[in-house]
Design a protein around this ligand. Structure first.
Ligand SMILES: O=P(O)(O)OC[C@H]1O[C@](O)(COP(=O)(O)O)[C@@H](O)[C@@H]1O
Ligand SMILES: [Mn+2]
Length: 652
């Protein structure tokens, strides 16, 4: 035996100091391998829609309802099953609703408790006892364990369960207990959550989503371009910060910054009032014209919207010039403005009339230079972002649980795309003088994201922070995946041709099997078994687009959590569930409200489409975790051998 091997086994022996202990662990691990694989749940492009997100987590994209169907089959009516499902999603609200109508609550409690216990039993049966125990609410851990574990030695099981349930009702704990069971079912139905990016922007509640993710039991996140621009804002990258503020104002969501994160917008408001006081700022209308704003607030929002947009265009011009290798010179738009004629010449040479010609802060000799007033706004806001504890905690979660991509149980997950050439080969991208492609490109960019937060070298910090802006909107950024971001054009030019953003080759080559196979192989995955799963581009269901590409090898799950994009998607998004039976895609109807969900008992799951059935039920042994467990078993067997051969001494 080599010395390193021996040293490793000696360390293992500290954890399993006897033949007995090592043997027990082998048996335990071996039994886990034979349990069904846990269910994975994939969500993407949540875009601040907290309520819809919360609903989908509660119902596991149909996984809860499927469990109820499995447990009760034809023994319960459809309407009873629907009621039970709603109770699992919204236990508190549903109980309150039932109380208004039901005359015999004692009886309802009893029936409901029995039904929930049955669902819990089946849901828990695919996990080890110790895993279930960890998921149990501490108040009721003991009782629930009693109720969901088969009691072989109790002769009159019915009487035993009856007495427990009756006691729960008698002592007035039925409601609490029902809530605890419902939440336990929600938790056990989904073993692991994947969030494929774009948690932030457009919708009103990204901070609530982050809070919920903070205490989610098992998760990973693939950063979206919108998440990365928030990371940029959090480290004080000024162009990213201006973008985040602009997006928040544009969607009438300043509350997120002010109330959610406690970032005071007064410096920007005061500046906007001073500089754009008489300017109606018509092209900076707030999206959706929020009804909760009064006329004055709307006017102020437009001024702030314009003020921060101009700041953003200036900062972007500076960055694009500073980093020619980013190839974002087409974002140097201000220099093309002819203030006299009221036109702009875009970097492609085309000239267009401007919809707004009032630029009081632009010095035409130096169009990208911030005025003193703008500088002060940027400095004060940047300090507020950098010092916001809650924002920093949320970003820390993105760093801890997230990355630019993930390989998990044979599948490749990322938010946007993989830069490709038209011939399907991986595209070489230059980052600060180094060219890389495919996985290496992803790895390099991810390292820069982390450096942006943690490096102490000032030069490296600035370079890394600027990369965050590149990832947000750069032409070869895998997360952005389009040739340019036409934000300026959308505000200032009527001609829609100038608004077009061309998607990179990935978005049509994803139908070509040999290209998809190559991408999977690039990330070390088996192309016969694996799938690529991504979000970022809304699936235009209304135009007949299918979220499943390349015969099921690529699955696109951005479908329209984002309300603003509902007119093209037509539905409220796709989510994916990967259980031991296979992969299934769920289409969701628009979510209205929790009250509506409780009253109408609607699942908002409009249909579930199988993408792939497993030929046999997948077991833990087939998963990545299973592979790790098998390795551990091998090591433990070597340890046993070492004990038996006397190479290592037992410590009794
Ligand atoms: O419609 P909005 O919110 O103004 O956003 C438009 C911008 O958002 C983007 O689509 C990026 O956001 P997504 O990552 O959600 O697609 C840009 O390509 C586009 O310029
Ligand atoms: Mn995106």
């Amino acid at each position: 035996m080599k010395t390193e091997e021996l040293r490793y086994l000696q360390r293992l022996a500290e954890l399993y100091p006897t033949i007995g202990k090592a043997s027990t662990e082998i048996i335990n691990l071996q039994s886990i391998l034979n349990l069904p694989k846990g269910t994975e749940h994939f969500l993407s492009d949540i875009h601040g829609e907290y309520e819809a997100f919360s609903h989908v987590l509660r119902n596991g994209s149909g996984a809860v309802r499927k469990k109820i169907d499995d447990v009760f089959g034809h023994t319960l009516s459809n309407s009873d099953k629907r009621s039970l499902a709603t109770l699992v999603y919204y236990p508190k609200e549903k109980i309150a609703y039932v109380k208004k109508k039901e005359s015999d609550m004692q009886n309802w409690y009893k029936i409901t408790l029995y039904r929930l216990i049955e669902v819990c039993k089946t849901t828990a049966s695919k996990y080890t006892r110790s895993k279930v125990r960890k998921a149990l609410p501490s108040d009721y851990a003991y009782v629930i364990e009693e109720l969901i574990t088969e009691k072989a030695e109790v002769l009159d099981k019915e009487a035993y369960y009856d007495s427990i349930v009756d006691t729960i009702i008698d002592i007035g704990r039925a409601e609490n207990f029902i809530i605890a069971l419902a939440e336990l079912i929600q938790r056990l139905v989904v073993d692991h959550l994947h969030v494929l990016g774009d948690i932030y922007d457009r919708g009103p509640g990204p901070h609530f989503i982050m809070d919920r993710l903070m205490d989610y039991h098992s998760l990973d996140i693939q950063w979206g371009n919108h998440d990365v621009v928030w990371m940029g804002a959090a480290v004080g990258q000024a162009a990213c910060m201006a973008t985040v503020i602009r997006n928040s104002i544009r969607y009438g969501n300043l509350d997120i910054l002010e109330d959610g994160y406690g970032i005071n917008m007064m410096p920007l408001a005061a500046f906007a009032m001073e500089v754009y006081g008489d300017d109606p700022c018509q092209v900076f209308e707030v999206h959706g014209n929020p009804s909760n704003y009064n006329a004055l607030e709307k006017e102020l929002s437009r001024k702030m919207h314009k003020a921060i947009s101009i700041i953003q265009f200036k900062l972007e011009g500076v960055l694009a010039k500073e980093h020619p290798d980013f190839h974002m010179e087409n974002r140097c738009v201000l220099e093309g403005i002819d203030p006299e004629k009221g036109t702009v010449q875009l970097p492609d040479g085309s000239v267009h009339n401007l919809l707004d010609t009032h630029f009081p802060t632009i010095d035409w000799e130096h169009p990208y230079e911030l005025t003193d007033g703008e500088k002060e706004v940027v400095e004060r806001l940047s300090s507020a972002f950098r010092n916001c504890e809650k924002l920093q905690n949320h970003m820390q979660l993105l760093l801890d649980k997230g990355g630019l991509y993930k390989t998990y149980n044979g599948n490749l997950l990322f938010h946007g795309s993989i830069p490709l050439n038209e011939d399907g080969t991986l595209k070489e991208v230059e980052i600060y003088g180094e060219t890389c492609k495919g996985k290496a490109l992803y790895d390099k960019l991810e390292a820069y994201v982390r450096k942006a937060f943690f490096t102490v070298d000032e030069k490296e910090k600035k370079a890394s922070q600027d990369i965050l802006w590149y990832i947000w909107a750069g032409p070869n950024s895998p997360l952005y995946g389009k040739d340019k971001m036409t934000t300026f054009e959308r505000y200032f030019i009527a001609d829609k041709e100038t608004h077009k953003e061309k998607k990179n080759a990935y978005y049509h080559l994803w139908e070509k099997e040999e290209v998809v196979n190559r991408m999977l192989e690039e990330f070390g995955l088996d192309p016969d078994e694996g799938h690529i799963i991504n979000g970022h581009v809304p699936v235009h269901q209304l135009e007949g687009e299918n979220p499943v590409k390349c015969d099921g090898k690529v699955i696109v799950i951005d479908g329209g959590f984002c309300e603003a994009y509902r007119n093209v998607t037509g539905i409220a998004g796709y989510t994916l569930v990967y259980s031991s039976y296979g992969l299934s895609l769920t289409a969701h109807e628009p979510f209205t409200s929790a009250e509506d969900a409780v009253e109408t008992e609607r699942d908002i799951v409009s249909n579930r489409v199988a993408v792939r059935y497993n030929p046999r039920r997948a077991l833990v042994g087939d998963t990545d975790n299973g592979k790790a467990l098998k390795e551990r078993i091998q090591e433990l067997k070597q340890l046993l051998d070492a004990y038996r051969k006397g190479v290592i001494k037992e410590k009794k």
